[in-house]
Ligand binder design. Structure first.
Ligand code: FPP
Ligand code: ZN
Length: 498
């Protein structure tokens, strides 16, 4: 039997926040497994049925408020299939491709539905959905993406301080920066002009807590009606640190590494406060009373989707050398372990508890009728289904950025990296595809059926890079490695739009 935990420490000052926390703890306690290493099994079939119902019969009417998020609904559904190792049949793939292409705006980028304005967030979702179901050639979607116009759209919303509006006449939001960076990486649209200033903007979103907020204050005015003056870095962040913005900022920072490495060293080079970031991330993990789930901000509640937004940040930090990754290019022992096995202890859980996060997702995140959720007794939805499953993958797999693999990809490149631009393109390609996991280092809580990965001997990647690739979740893009590689291999044979 598991020790009965107490309530989280609290003072006697009751507020709505403390009431919500107490209610949540009472509910979560009822979901504690009898033994910590025997969580509820992953109900793969009922989650698949939940997703298939939405996809084939259409989303229930309560989704009407998400009319401008149609690419997201499709991406969440398709990527949930992918992490569970399921692919659509050719007919349904074609239906999905045709649906996605109807969201492309005539002036570039994708909108949230047919006829809607182009926006960075649905552009990411549409391109990722095409990475999953699309293919080259007529009607396959990939070659019908208008990259020239998309590039012009991106440049037209770029601001002088390195931020991007999410759409014409809209606001700045670091989620938009992340979405744009993923899109330009996947579609081979990287240029130094597009990236200029982004690192400084990311830096300016970090708050005093260590996590990141949605944006920063670019201007100030000396007098109430006076002219706005662009502030020098560091600019003050706008708002509160949040897991969603923190993932987007950190993943953007990781994508910018090849660009930063090609810059001349300078004293003013933007930098992040990793010590504060790590401290904040660690503190977002709930206690054993909260079953080890993550919360998205200070004094708020644990929620399944932060399994990815916050739990996913640790692999990103390992790629920057901030925390150690188990499984590196150097020597270490391989093993496949389950909690309770001695070898589970090889892995350093001192910063975050991978077993506890798996316990939260399996015991509290799964809705008994299929699909995954924020927390009980909430309903399941496709957003939480994906981010709980992606979080499960992040908790199980020690994915790391391999410098050996990066070198192998660079050596395999046919054209020499002459110009700065070409160097950037090659460096981003190899950086994006160098994530790997050493066989046998995953840590699955409970039965093997709970494993969020399929091993795949992808023929193309073997031929191209001489290595086996596992179909784990890409820690930056949230696509499988195979889909990432398939799309990038296609677009990096083409010229860059300008
Ligand atoms: C607060 O919701 C939510 C936010 C402030 C935004 C969250 C942002 C993300 C999840 C990132 C999305 C990423 C992309 C790429 C679009 P809430 O108040 O309901 O939740 P909370 O109490 O947990 O903060
Ligand atoms: Zn959530």
């Amino acid at each position: 039997m598991m020790r009965q935990p107490r309530r989280s420490p609290h003072d006697s000052y009751e507020t709505e926040t403390t009431d919500h926390q107490a209610e949540t703890e009472t509910i979560l306690l009822k979901h504690l497994p009898l033994s910590p290493d025997s969580p509820s099994p992953l109900q793969r079939d009922s989650h698949l049925q939940f997703l298939i119902r939405n996809l084939i019969q259409g989303f229930p009417s309560r989704y009407i408020s998400q009319d401008a998020s149609q690419p997201w609904l499709l991406y969440w559904t398709l990527q949930s299939f992918s992490v569970m190792g399921v692919a659509l049949d050719p007919n349904n793939k074609q239906k999905a491709i045709d649906t996605i292409m109807a969201w492309q705006h005539p002036d570039g980028g994708f909108g949230g539905g047919p006829g809607q304005a182009a926006h960075l967030l649905p552009t990411y979702a549409a391109v990722c959905a095409l990475a999953i179901v699309g293919r080259p050639g007529p009607g396959g979607g990939w070659d019908q993406i208008d990259r020239e116009k998309m590039y012009k759209f991106f440049m037209s919303i770029k601001q002088s301080d390195g931020a991007f509006l999410v759409a014409h006449h809209a606001e700045v939001d670091v989620r938009g920066t992340y979405c744009l960076l993923v899109t330009v990486h996947l579609l081979n649209m990287l240029t130094p002009e597009l990236l200029e200033g982004i690192p400084g903007f990311i830096m300016s979103c970090q708050t005093y807590e260590g996590g990141f907020s949605s944006a920063s204050q670019p201007y100030f005015s000396a007098e109430p009606e006076g002219p706005p003056i662009l502030l020098d870095s560091p600019r003050p962040p706008l708002g509160e640190a949040h897991g969603g913005y923190t993932f987007c900022s950190l993943a953007s920072w990781v994508m910018l590494q090849p660009y930063l490495a090609l810059q001349k060293p300078s004293l003013q080079r933007p930098s992040l406060n990793f010590k504060a970031l790590l401290r904040w991330l660690v503190q977002m993990q709930g206690s054993e009373i909260e079953l080890g789930g993550f919360k998205g901000r200070t004094n708020k509640l644990v929620d399944g989707c932060y399994s990815w937004w916050v739990g996913g940040c640790f692999a990103l930090l390992s790629s920057l050398g901030i925390v150690g990754a188990h499984g590196r290019d150097d020597n270490h022992e391989s093993s496949t372990a389950h909690e309770g096995d001695e070898s589970w202890d090889d892995i350093d859980d001192s910063l975050w508890d991978r077993a506890a996060l798996q316990r939260y997702i399996l015991c509290a995140g799964q809705h008994p009728a299929g699909g995954l959720r924020d927390k009980p007794p909430k309903a399941a939805d496709s957003y939480h289904t994906l981010y709980c499953l992606a979080g499960l993958s992040a908790a199980q797999h020690n994915v790391f950025l391999s410098s050996t693999r990066q070198d192998a990809i660079v050596h395999g490149w046919r054209t020499p990296a002459g110009s700065k631009h070409e160097q950037l393109r090659q460096a981003c390609f190899s950086h994006s595809l160098s994530w790997t996991e050493e066989e046998g280092t995953s840590r699955v809580l409970g039965a093997q059926n709970n494993r969020m990965v399929i091993f795949c001997a992808n023929f193309e990647c073997r031929v191209t890079y001489g290595g086996f690739m596992q179909n784990a979740t890409h820690p930056v893009f949230n696509l499988t490695m195979t889909h990432t590689e398939g799309m990038m291999a296609h677009f990096y044979k083409q010229t860059i739009p300008s």
